[in-house]
Structure formats: structure tokens, C-alpha cells
Design a protein around this ligand. Structure first.
Ligand code: SF4
Length: 530
């Protein structure tokens, strides 16, 4: 821990935020060009008070005293299991002088609940939000909870941006600083592509910082930075780090933490360290510090440190060690080069002499699509172009037919005798009434994705397979492969897709499309043009 004059200096720099006085302001810190930002991720448990809560508040107080931590982030029902609300706990921590990033997932409440929660956070002066689609539902009272996923993280980010506009109009001084998660640790071409595209959509929707998923593969960390440079993305990115102990290494290696990647080799090393040394904490601290300085060296804006369960002391040791070794960061880079076979990287891996990846590789996965899958895509694409293109010459006729069916109360005939049987057979349609297959390679986002994502995959897939239905390919991986086969992958996740309209559930999506009722309806012109 920092003591003496440095600590006094940090304490003198406290700033007002809402009703609270905080040592660092997260938004200010990530906006300072040369500042390396350190944040902590803390995980509340299923209790309203007690040991875990005391530990979290204790870590936050110590972090505030130490002065090197910009903010703590509080998870939102991690793993989908009930835990103390990050809003309540975060507010207490903010009042104790430490800035807070609240994790905000789309799993547990619908859009009404989410907006209400956002208003509550604004009211409490809690403005830093990490917008996440969220892990799938876990167990609560009486069984597994209903997975809501009314929004995905892109739409949530967009909603917060919209709310910001309203808050500014109403004279509110403090508005949301929304961030997003990104996972470079995807080892198939399809997953990597969709992750990066989705990150672009999140940034367009209003994300002003990003935090990576956790992994120990420096080539993937570099890949993300290189991708951002290629796309002229200057959003600050914090890299996740974790103090790996035996339990967490086993869980992550076994895939029990969605999206996190711990190799066989790393897991065995961690287990050996803890067995041979009667407690592997010094090794865990050293590994974390080394990866921290490498990430700082290659250009990350900061680190987001998790796995802090005991107290702040371990964080202090990591940061102290980083200060000692940071000038020699290149000495450690090879320790985090995984060199596992059959993995997809967007860029060529650097040689030992290089420190950054440079050469662009075209997709090197062999994309093979079954004949049936290919025919399914071609048939639905052709049908879509023929019947559902608003710019096509036949579109006015379809509109007239739709109007006439509606007027004569015969649209249900179309739905029951044609649309439902066809779409159930071809797409396992759930009759949402607001069809989104055209955004997902002509696959159904309602039946094909347990989180109903329409703006790209969540970060939970592994080796191309779904986080929830682990024996099934992620619907976005299928979509990418089908489209890549025809040189159309660029169209996937290429634009913001608005939320589905629940009021259309059970109605004819065909008629809704032609009568401009669904999410694709033309935007209203601005008021002054009316
Ligand atoms: S997106 Fe909706 S209408 Fe389209 S196939 Fe899926 S459930 Fe049916």
C-alpha cells in the first residue's frame, strides 16, 4: 500500500461526484492520455450483510486509502445467480469515496425494469455502467430463473445513450458513462469476427470504454489492439486480469465461467504451484503483475483486476511488483504466448523479436457448410429478396394485399395456414411477430439463441459452441459460416438492430413487415420536417 507523502497527495485530490466526494473520477481518469488506470472487480454474494459484504467494503476502503485504484466494479448477479444488488452496495462504496462501475445485465428484467433501474442509478449519482448481455440464468428461489433478455448489450447501451439525452435536456449534471465488454479470446474465425463487429456496434451505440474478457493469451490481447488501430477505434480498453487460485483455475479451465479461457497448461501450472509451495499466492501475484506490465507495455489503457477475495493486501502487492518490473515488460511477453495448435488469429503471430503482431491474415479457418445448411440459406435468402424487400418493384403490391387481408380480417388465415407451418418447419419459429432472421443469416434469433441476441453473439461461446446449449453451434457461428460461403459475411452484424416489438407477438410477421409495424419500419422524420 502507498503510505506517507504519496497517500496524502492522493487524498488531497478528492473530487466531488454527485453527492459524494471520490478520490478518482473514472471518466476523468480514462480520458487522461497517459494515465494507466487500475480498476477492481468485486463480487457480492447471496447475503445482505456479513463476511463477503464486509470484505468488499473493506477492500474498497483500503483501495481508496491506497490511492492507486480509479474505481471498483460490482458484478450483477454473476453466473445468473442471486446476489446483493450492485446498485445498493455500489452506492455505499461511492459514499465511502471510491468511484464505482455498476455491471448492468439484460438477463433479469425487461426494458421497463432496465430503464427504471437506470433512472434509479442516475438518481443515486452512479453514472459508470458496464452494459452487458449477461450470463444465462442461474438458480434462484425454487429453481432456474426466467431468462428475460428483452435487450442485448448493444440495445442497452443505446437505451442509456438515449437516457443521457433526456437527462441533459432536463438539466441533470451527471450522465451515464457506459462501457462494454469485448472478448478477444475467440479461437474460431466466426466467433472472432462477430465479437469484433459487435464491439463496433456497442461503440457506435454509445460505449465510451471497453473491458476485455479474461484470458492469458498475449497474441489475442494484441489482436484486439491491432484491430482497433486498423478500424481507427480509440475507445480506451482495460484488460481483465485475475488472481488465479486453484479453485478459479479449475473452474475456468472446465468452462464453468462463460467466455473465460484458461488452457490445460496454465491450469496444471497453477495447480502444481499451489501443491508444491503449500499455497501458490506468491506465484499468482507474480503472474498477475507480469501480465499487467506486459499489457501496459503493449498499449492497454489499464487493467481490470478480479479474483480479489481476501483483502486489498494482494492488490497492493501486485501493483508494487508492477512498479518494480514495468521497465522490463518485454522480458515477460513470451510467458503469455500460448502457442496452442489449431487456433484462429486475425493477425500473424509475431516472431520472438517483434513485440506486436503486424501482418493481416485472411480468415484461415476452413469454412465448411453442410449442403442442407447451404440450401436452407439460399432458399430463405431468395424468398426474402422476393417477398421482403421494401425497395423491390413488387413491394407496393404486397402492401396492398396485406392491407386488404387486414381489412377483411383474413390475416389470421395467412398466418395459420401459410406463415406458421412454413416458418415452424424452416426456422422453428416462435411466432414473435417481429421477424429478425435477416439479421442472423436467415436463422431465427428467438429459437436459435437462448439470449435472443439480434446484434451479434454474446461472449459466452466456446470453440464455436453455445454457452447454454453446449452441444449446439452458436447461431452466430452458423450465420457467419453460411454467409462467408457466399462472400456475404460483411453483412453480418453490420448495423444496429432495434429491439423486437413485444406488442406484435403472435401476429403475422409478414403482414407486420409490409404494413411497417415491425422493427424495420421507416424512422419518423424529425419533428421540424413534419
Ligand atoms: S424471428 Fe420471430 S417471426 Fe422470425 S422466425 Fe424467429 S420467432 Fe419467427
Amino acid at each position: 500500500m502507498i503510505t506517507g507523502s504519496n497517500a496524502k497527495l492522493y487524498r488531497a485530490c478528492r473530487v466531488q461526484q454527485g453527492d459524494s466526494t471520490v478520490l478518482h473520477n473514472f471518466h476523468d481518469d480514462i480520458s487522461i492520455p497517459d494515465k494507466f488506470v487500475v480498476t477492481l472487480e468485486l463480487v457480492p454474494g447471496r447475503e445482505s450483510s456479513g463476511r463477503t459484504i464486509d470484505t468488499i467494503t473493506g477492500i474498497s476502503k483500503d483501495a481508496s486509502t491506497d490511492g492507486r485504484i480509479t474505481a471498483v466494479s460490482i458484478t450483477d448477479n454473476p453466473g445468473g445467480n442471486p446476489a446483493l444488488s450492485p446498485d445498493a452496495l455500489g452506492h455505499e462504496i461511492l459514499n465511502n469515496g471510491m468511484d464505482v462501475i455498476v455491471h448492468f445485465t439484460c438477463r433479469d428484467t425487461n426494458r421497463v425494469g432496465m430503464e427504471s433501474r437506470a433512472l434509479q442509478l442516475a438518481h443515486m449519482g452512479m453514472k459508470n455502467i458496464l452494459a452487458l448481455t449477461g450470463d444465462y440464468s442461474g438458480k434462484g428461489f425454487g429453481g432456474v430463473g426466467l431468462p428475460v433478455f428483452d435487450f442485448d448489450s448493444v440495445i442497452l447501451t443505446s437505451m442509456l445513450k438515449d437516457l443521457n439525452k433526456r437527462l441533459i435536456r432536463s438539466g441533470h449534471s451527471s450522465i451515464f458513462v457506459t462501457g462494454c465488454a469485448v472478448s478477444p479470446f475467440k479461437y474460431t474465425e466466426a466467433e472472432a469476427w462477430v465479437q469484433y463487429k459487435k464491439m463496433e456496434r456497442k461503440i457506435e451505440a454509445g460505449a465510451s470504454f471497453a473491458i476485455t474478457q479474461l484470458g492469458y493469451d498475449i497474441d489475442k490481447y494484441e489482436e484486439l489492439l491491432q484491430y482497433n488501430r486498423d478500424k481507427n477505434i480509440d475507445t480506451p480498453v482495460l484488460a481483465s486480469l485475475y488472481l488465479l487460485d486453484k479453485r478459479s483455475a479449475r473452474a475456468m479451465h472446465a468452462g464453468r465461467v462463460p467466455g473465460v479461457h484458461v488452457t490445460d497448461r496454465l491450469c496444471k501450472t497453477v495447480l502444481r504451484e499451489w501443491e508444491q509451495h503449500g499455497g501458490g499466492m506468491p506465484q499468482a501475484i507474480e503472474r498477475t503483475a507480469r501480465l499487467g506490465v506486459v499489457l501496459k507495455g503493449i498499449g492497454y489503457k489499464g487493467i481490470h483486476l478480479g479474483g480479489i477475495h481476501g483483502g486489498f493486501e494482494d492488490v497492493g502487492k501486485i501493483l508494487d511488483r508492477m512498479a518494480v518490473i514495468e521497465h522490463n515488460w518485454q522480458d515477460y511477453i513470451e510467458e503469455f504466448r500460448e502457442n496452442e495448435p489449431n487456433r484462429f488469429y486475425l493477425y500473424k503471430q509475431p516472431t520472438k523479436q517483434q513485440t506486436t503482431a503486424t501482418a493481416v491474415l485472411p480468415g484461415k479457418d476452413t469454412i465448411t457448410v453442410k449442403l442442407t445448411e447451404n440450401c436452407h440459406y439460399l432458399f430463405l435468402r431468395a424468398a426474402h429478396d422476393l417477398f421482403f424487400d421494401k425497395g423491390a418493384s413488387l413491394a407496393p403490391m404486397y402492401k396492398r394485399i396485406s392491407r386488404s387481408l387486414e381489412k377483411n380480417k383474413a390475416s389470421w388465415l395467412l398466418k395459420v395456414f401459410f406463415e406458421d407451418p412454413f416458418k415452424k418447419l424452416m426456422l422453428s419459429c416462435k411466432s414473435c411477430g417481429d421477424c429478425g432472421i435477416q439479421h442472423v443469416g436467415f436463422l431465427c434469433p428467438e429459437s436459435g439463441c437462448p439470449k435472443h441476441t439480434r446484434n451479434g453473439a454474446c461472449g459466452g461461446s466456446k470453440d464455436g459452441f453455445c454457452e447454454v446449449n453446449t452441444d449446439k453451434l452458436c447461431v452466430w457461428v452458423r450465420a457467419y459460416r453460411r454467409m462467408k460461403q457466399h462472400g456475404e459475411a460483411e453483412k453480418l452484424t453490420c448495423a444496429f438492430v432495434p429491439p423486437r416489438l413485444w406488442e406484435l407477438k403472435g401476429t403475422s410477421s409478414w403482414i407486420n413487415f409490409h404494413l411497417d409495424r415491425d422493427h424495420q419500419k421507416p424512422a419518423k422524420p424529425p419533428a421540424r420536417m413534419l
